[in-house]
Design a protein around this ligand. Structure first.
Ligand SMILES: [Zn+2]
Length: 92
């Protein structure tokens, strides 16, 4: 399990319009995990608790993270690599 966080300038992005919005709260919700590509025989999970933000257009929403598409369970670079076996494992 690897604890990660985006650069500060990327921590408050709206998942729908991509704008940088003011923070709403830290939520106190449990951290989310994303299944990343394995490091050899090591299973890798990314862990982070995204804050909620207040978008003027979309209201209070959970901020997006730069490494994954909204709602995805694995990082976007895994999608870009295609459907090879290690990627399939990560995206299941
Ligand atoms: Zn928005």
């Amino acid at each position: 399990m690897v604890d990660v966080r985006p650069y500060k300038r990327l921590q408050h992005l709206c998942p729908q319009c991509g704008k940088n919005c003011p923070g709403y709260d830290r939520g106190g919700r449990p951290a989310r995990t994303w299944r990343a590509l394995d490091w050899g025989d090591v299973l890798v999970y990314l862990r982070y608790a995204p804050p909620r933000i207040q978008c003027p257009e979309h209201g209070v929403v959970t901020a997006s993270v730069p490494w994954a598409y909204p709602g995805a369970h694995c990082p976007s670079h895994a999608h870009r690599l295609g459907n090879r076996p290690p990627v399939r494992r990560a995206c299941q």
